[in-house]
Structures are given as C-alpha cells and as structure tokens.
Design a protein around this ligand. Structure first.
Ligand SMILES: [Zn+2]
Length: 90
C-alpha cells in the first residue's frame, strides 16, 4: 500500500457570483428569452410491461421496459417554440 494514496481525493469547485466566465452555455429561447422552463416530447415510445397474475386475478406489474424510437423533441415552456437543435449543441 502506498501511503500517498490513502488520502481521499477532494475536488473543490468554487463559483463566485456574479461570474463572467460561462462554464456551460445555457439554452435560451431565441423567441422569448426564456431560460428556465422547458419540456420534451418523446414520440414512438414502446412500453413493455411484464405482469404476474395473482390467484385472485390481480395483475401485478413486475418489470417495465421502455424503448424509445424517437424523435425526441425539445420545446420552450413559455412560447412552445421547438428548440431541439439548441439542445443538441450542448
Ligand atoms: Zn420561448
């Protein structure tokens, strides 16, 4: 055992606000400048649900699997503009 490796590695990230350097580009709706509310619509999703039937006829779901064929569309939550291309850039 190497003594140097016994100390846990600590990574500290300090962010002072307001901060002029952007670490990550935020998504901002180009139509209404919204940068907080968004929603996503997933089309063509197939759900596989496995059931186990009890003696009294009750179906108990035991496994769920989701297969997404897409497309996945991303929208502005304020003006409902489609922003899928903006999300893909990040
Ligand atoms: Zn918008």
């Amino acid at each position: 055992m190497n003594e140097k490796n016994t100390l846990p590695r600590i990574h500290k990230i300090k962010i002072k606000k307001p901060f002029s350097i952007k670490y990550r580009e935020k998504i901002i709706c180009p139509y209404c400048q919204n940068s907080e509310d968004f929603y996503e619509i997933i089309e063509n999703a197939t759900f596989f649900i496995s059931y186990l039937q009890n003696y009294d006829g009750f179906l108990e779901p035991i496994e769920e699997e989701v297969e997404i064929l897409g497309p996945v569309k991303f929208f502005c939550g304020i003006c409902n503009a489609e922003l899928t291309q903006l999300k893909k850039k990040i």
